[in-house]
Structures are given as structure tokens and as C-alpha cells.
Write a protein that binds this ligand. Structure first.
Ligand SMILES: Cc1ncc(COP(=O)(O)O)c(C=O)c1O
Length: 422
């Protein structure tokens, strides 16, 4: 079977030459992925940061089955359905910032495209010539053109540079540079030509799970507010409990005008994207002028089965047990990060909620293509753990159903593998 996989399928983020065979998975339960030949692998990255309640969750599966037999899909322009209506109300009730409307799409990249277009057209509708987009260095917002444009220029986007819109990148804020960063941001924002500021709140995922402080982000957001810059929080990864709160934006006083959601929204079971916005944005679109309509949509906008999965996932997320698990993981990560910082070859280690990130010493060789990456990937797999290092950075972002002893097993494997490296 794998020869046909190799022959026919173009896998994401995978070279067409020299890549190792893909691992065939035929079932999964909880945190475990199972191969047909009896291997059991811990999904320590929640299958690209999406899964929150464990694989093949019965409650979500039942909700999907019921919905699939009732209404599987219907055009979402001119028509609507109960799963989307219920989901919209529930999400708008919990997203921070008194948001008024939700626009559904298919994935994280489309949630970001919608957000960028919403913000840019906001100024168009007001007839104000604000066009600039500001983002943080190291940002990752997805792989479609708008999302790439607002993301760090690097190996992922190099072939497309000429086709990306211009974005002003401000340095990633840390303790040492934050006054400088605030100044740079204020200089840009005060020119009255900035349409929007987009950011991954408190942790940049693809940049290596880089964590930054809520105080600094709050200051950036208040500068944006002062100059009327639309703030877009890309909570595609951080949403639905990942950072210890339901949304990372809850850590700040200043709230975003637009919030992008995906990944954990459906429990990580079916593709779904959502972009929420506040009254300020909505008001700019409430017009009898057809030119002020948001002409955007996808065939599967608000797919009923995906919405049913999302409603079921929210039921589970709202349970006390789920929040207790998130707390347990967060505490254990915090303690383990302290231990990690004592290890010889650990350059940096930190955690935010259920996310733990470890930067391994590798001299001048850093970045996504660091040669440690494959060594680490294979070493973890040999220990029955799926980790997907970002260069010399390893990170843990497990489903919330993980047990304490399973976390301990991963922690011990990390220590063992780090020891073997030195
Ligand atoms: C912060 C953030 N935004 C957007 C995306 C893009 O999401 P998707 O892969 O679903 O298009 C990702 C994916 O990793 C992400 O981490």
C-alpha cells in the first residue's frame, strides 16, 4: 500500500525526493495512533495542533453520525441551519471582546484570509485610504496568499515573494527589546495609513512555539487602539484552551476587533474555520450599497457536520473535568520546564498552558532546516512518540485527555534523548 502512497500522493511539507516512507495509521484512540503492524504512537502534537479531546472521541463521533444522517451539507448563502446557529451563539458568548458576528470558513488559513479581507474592506467601506498591514517577525498565519503575505518571509514563502503583498514586520518582542519594539510600532501606527495589525497572541507556533508576555502585547494593542488600527488575533492554534484559558486574548486587557479560529474548534475532528468580529467591523458593512457587501464564501462554509462536531467539542470543553486536565497539564509543563532549564544542552525552555517548548543548543545552526530535526524526530518515534521538531526546537502540545503518567513517560523520553545527544 505504501508504494501507492509514495507514487500518487503529494504530502504537505514533504520533499518529493528522499523523504522517508509515511507511517500508515489505521486507527486512533485517545492520545494513541495505531499502525496495522501493531505499533502504538503517542500523538504528542495533537496531529498538527488540532486534537483536543483525544482521537475517535465517541461523543463527537456520535454527534457527527446523527448530523450526517439528518443534514450533511447545504449552501450557506440564502440558507442556514441549526448547528451553525447554535455554534455561532456559543462562540460569540465566549470569545473575548463583545464580538457580534461570526463568518465561517474551512481552516486556519481561510479564517485568516477572511480576517485580513474584512479589515482591509472595512477601510474601503469607510472610504479611508488605509492599506498597510503590520505583523510580528516570525509570524505564521497559513499558506494561502494573504496569510503568507502577513507571515515571516522565509523558506516556506520564498518562491512567492514577488506575489505577496507588502507587510511591515516589527521585531518579536522580548524583555530586552520591548521599549524599542513599542517605539517602532508607534512610529508605524501613527502614520494613519495602517489598516490592521495581525498577531498570534502570546505564542508564535510555527516560529518555534515562541512565547511572549501579555504585558507587552497589551501595550502593543493599546497603541493600535490609540491610532484606530484594526487588531486581528490569530487564535487558530491558541484557541479552545491551548494556553490555559479558553482564548489567549483573555490574558490581555485590550481585546482584538477580529479573532481567527480553527484547529481545536471542532475538537480537531473535522475542518472548520471561523472569524469573529466586533460591532465596529459589522457597522462598516451594514449598508444598502452592494459595493459594501463582503463578497467572500466557500462551498463548504459552515458545513453542518463540522458545526455539529464543534458543538459537541464545546460540550466537552465546558466540562469541569476538561478544564481540570488543562490545569494539570499546564502545572506539569511548568515544573518540567524548570527541570529542563538545568539540562546542559537546553538553550531555552518554557511553557504556556498546555504548550511546552524546548530549544536545544545547536551552535550557529538554527531554523527549520536544522540537522538535529530528523535525528530528534526519529529518536522520539523510536520511543513511540510523535513529535515534529521545528528545527532545533521540540515542543509538546498534547490532547487534553493525556494522563499524568503518559506525560511523565514523554518527559522522561525527552530527558533520555537530550542526554544521548550530548
Ligand atoms: C497561528 C496559525 N494560523 C493559521 C494557521 C493555518 O491553519 P491551517 O493549517 O488550518 O490552514 C496555523 C496552522 O498551523 C497557525 O498555527
Amino acid at each position: 500500500m505504501l508504494d501507492k502512497d509514495q507514487k500518487n500522493i503529494w504530502h504537505p511539507y514533504t520533499s518529493l525526493q528522499g523523504a522517508a516512507d509515511n507511517i500508515l495509521i489505521d486507527s486512533a484512540k485517545g492520545i494513541y495512533l495505531y499502525t496495522p503492524d501493531g505499533r502504538k504512537i503517542i500523538d504528542a502534537v495533537s496531529s498538527w495542533w488540532v486534537n483536543i479531546h483525544g482521537h475517535s472521541n465517541e461523543y463527537i463521533a456520535d454527534a457527527i453520525a446523527v448530523q450526517a444522517k439528518k443534514l450533511e451539507q447545504v449552501i450557506f448563502a440564502g440558507f442556514t441551519h441549526e448547528p451553525a446557529i447554535r455554534l455561532s451563539e456559543r462562540i460569540l458568548n465566549i470569545v473575548p471582546g463583545n464580538h457580534q458576528k461570526i463568518f465561517f470558513s474551512d481552516n486556519g488559513s481561510t479564517a485568516v484570509e477572511v480576517a485580513l479581507k474584512m479589515a482591509i474592506q472595512y477601510w474601503h467601506n469607510l472610504n479611508v485610504p488605509r492599506k498597510k498591514v503590520i505583523a510580528l517577525q516570525g509570524a505564521y498565519h497559513g499558506d494561502t496568499f494573504g496569510a503568507m503575505s502577513a507571515g515571516e518571509r522565509g523558506i516556506f514563502t520564498k518562491p512567492f515573494y514577488a506575489h505577496l503583498f507588502e507587510t511591515d514586520f516589527i521585531p518579536f518582542p522580548v524583555k530586552e527589546n520591548f521599549q524599542e519594539v513599542l517605539k517602532t510600532f508607534e512610529t508605524l501606527a501613527s502614520q494613519n495609513n495602517v489598516a490592521t495589525f495581525i498577531y498570534e497572541p502570546l505564542v508564535q507556533g510555527a516560529a518555534g512555539m515562541r512565547i511572549y508576555s501579555p504585558e507587552i502585547l497589551d501595550k502593543l494593542l493599546s497603541i493600535a487602539r490609540k491610532y484606530d488600527v484594526i487588531c486581528i488575533a490569530d487564535e487558530v492554534m491558541t484557541g479552545f484552551g491551548r494556553t490555559g484559558r479558553i482564548f489567549a486574548s483573555e490574558y490581555m486587557q485590550e481585546k482584538p476587533d477580529i479573532i481567527c479560529l480553527s484547529k481545536g474548534i471542532s475538537g480537531g475532528v473535522l475542518p472548520l474555520g471561523a472569524t469573529c468580529c466586533n460591532a465596529k467591523i459589522v457597522n462598516a458593512y451594514e449598508s444598502s450599497d452592494p459595493g459594501k457587501t463582503f463578497f467572500h464564501g466557500h462551498s463548504f462554509t459552515a458545513n453542518p457536520i463540522a458545526c455539529a462536531a464543534a458543538n459537541a467539542s464545546l460540550d466537552l470543553l465546558e466540562k469541569k473535568e476538561c478544564m481540570a486536565r488543562i490545569k494539570m497539564i499546564s502545572m506539569k509543563h511548568e515544573h518540567f520546564a524548570v527541570e529542563l532549564r538545568k539540562q546542559k544542552n537546553v538553550k531555552k525552555a518554557g511553557s504556556l498552558g498546555t504548550i511546552l517548548s524546548i530549544e536545544i543548543e545547536s551552535g550557529a545552526d538554527t531554523g527549520y532546516l536544522n540537522k538535529l530535526r530528523n535525528t530528534l524526530y526519529n529518536a522520539f518515534l523510536e520511543n513511540g512518540i510523535l513529535m515534529r521538531p521545528l528545527g532545533n526546537i521540540i515542543y509538546l502540545i498534547p490532547p487534553y485527555v493525556i494522563e499524568e503518567n503518559e506525560l511523565d513517560y514523554i518527559y522522561n523520553s525527552i530527558l533520555k534523548i537530550l542526554k544521548n545527544l550530548s
